[in-house]
Design a protein around this ligand. Structure first.
Ligand SMILES: Cc1cc2nc3c(=O)[nH]c(=O)nc-3n(C[C@H](O)[C@H](O)[C@H](O)COP(=O)(O)OP(=O)(O)OC[C@H]3O[C@@H](n4cnc5c(N)ncnc54)[C@H](O)[C@@H]3O)c2cc1C
Length: 391
């Protein structure tokens, strides 16, 4: 691929920013077209599992990202009363896969990626409305009528991707049947012993938390609910959650209590059936949530976007075996390399969500008992398949 190749990345989320960094490192000229006038700082944490850290290592960013937050603690699942149902020590995962996982604040990660990319390639307030492609390149059509001519286009424009809709039709994503609240408790460190993050499962609802550095604790909560529900009343989400989780083990209600009301964000959760065959067409491809949105039950959405970014840049940089690969061929090769892994994780995340969100009391009791009986080597093997991967 000639190095004067110009790439447009649509979307400046974690996937788009990482792709832009990887492509620029590979020698391409990159422009990131982001519709927001300012990049939103989501007040939540993010688990970057060992597979993402390994991929970030290929960009020279693993150490800096690791220093942003804390090493992730044990993968521990508890009942709503607090009994440990399953526990995989982080040290054991690290020993098996050869890298640490990190728990970070999203805003810190975004700031680091922005610093690494620099301001020049980022165009804020550029909303992509469509594209036209011909044999020589792609014309990106922007709101307001302007255009950008590039050699190839990467749609990293998230769950409701316009690029994906133009390529594969406007199908809506699939609502998972439950909603999630997320927040960072700035004064939560005394409530959660260092290194003791957990996820607890109840009936139709779950709660998880972890340290993310600088004394901050990230927590999330889920609840089966109709789509597009709202937290009414003067207490908003905080009051709703204090009611829903009042009887749960320490420090669940205490962490909610310690969080400012306006710091709590609510999002319905979605995924899509994996695309079969290809993610793109000609000089256009997809990346991250635009390609494979998944429920967050494995904490892998951003991790997979980061893996995509590294593989995409590599496919475009490396010639094929004959040494003469066209841009469309390189993009199809990228998609082939990524499709099976991401499809498997989408499906696994969906399955875990179904089990975790069970509501029937008898099924929940059976689930908890079954979970406690899974031998730790089997649990470890399952985790290793996801987080031990190296792109
Ligand atoms: C509750 C919850 C918890 C999660 N926890 C984790 C976790 O612990 N670990 C993990 O790895 N993942 C996690 N995820 C998933 C992760 O957040 C996503 O997979 C990841 O952020 C997707 O990044 P992205 O860049 O592909 O898309 P996005 O972050 O959605 O970025 C898309 C960008 O494109 C822009 N855009 C959209 N349309 C246009 C347009 N037409 N023109 C220009 N710009 C446009 C948007 O403004 C946005 O900035 C979680 C998700 C949720 C909901």
């Amino acid at each position: 691929m000639k190095r004067s190749t110009r790439v447009a990345v649509v979307g400046g989320g974690i996937g788009g920013l990482t792709a832009a960094i990887a492509l620029r490192m590979a020698g391409f000229e990159v422009v990131v077209l982001e519709r927001a006038a300012e990049l939103e700082e989501i007040g939540a944490g993010l688990l970057l599992a060992a597979n993402a850290q390994k991929a970030l290592g290929k960009l020279g960013l693993a150490e800096a990202v690791g220093n942003l937050g804390t090493p992730a603690s044990a993968g521990e699942i508890r009942s709503w009363r607090g009994e440990v149902l399953a526990s995989i020590p982080a040290s054991e995962i690290e020993r098996r896969v050869g890298a640490e996982s990190a728990a970070v604040h999203r805003a810190d990660l975004q700031a680091l990626l922005l610093r690494e990319l620099g301001e020049e390639p980022l165009r804020l307030g550029f909303e992509v409305q469509g594209f036209e492609q011909d044999g020589a390149g792609v014309t990106v059509l922007l709101a307001g009528g302007s255009e950008e001519r590039v050699d190839l286009l990467v749609g990293a424009d998230g769950l409701r991707s316009k690029i994906r809709a133009r390529l594969f039709g406007p199908a809506a994503p699939r609502y998972a049947g439950y909603t999630a609240w997320r927040a960072v408790a700035k004064s939560g460190q005394d409530l959660l012993a260092w290194g003791s993050g957990f996820e607890s499962w109840g009936r139709g609802q779950r709660f998880g938390c972890a340290h993310i550095g600088k004394g901050r604790v990230y927590w999330f909560a889920t609840r089966n609910a109709p789509e597009r529900g709202k937290d009414g009343g003067p207490g908003g989400a905080r009051a709703t959650l204090l009611t829903l989780f009042r009887e749960w083990h320490r420090p669940v209600p205490e962490l909610i209590e310690a969080t400012a009301r306006e710091a709590i964000r609510r999002d319905d959760l979605y995924d899509r059936e994996p695309l079969v065959g290809r993610w793109g067409q000609g000089r256009i491809t997809l990346l991250g949530d635009a390609a494979h949105p998944m429920t967050p039950n494995l904490g892998q959405g951003a991790c997979q976007a980061i893996e995509d970014a590294v593989v995409l840049a590599r496919c475009l940089r490396e010639p094929d075996e004959a040494g003469r690969e066209s841009i469309p061929d390189a993009l199809r090769r990228y998609e082939r390399l990524r499709a099976a892994r991401t499809a498997k994780i989408v499906k696994q995340s969906r399955r875990i969500g179904r089990i975790g969100q069970l509501e029937n009391p008898l099924l929940c009791r059976l689930r908890d008992r079954a979970l406690a009986m899974i031998p730790s080597n089997v649990q470890l093997k399952q985790v290793e398949e996801v987080v031990g991967h190296e792109v």
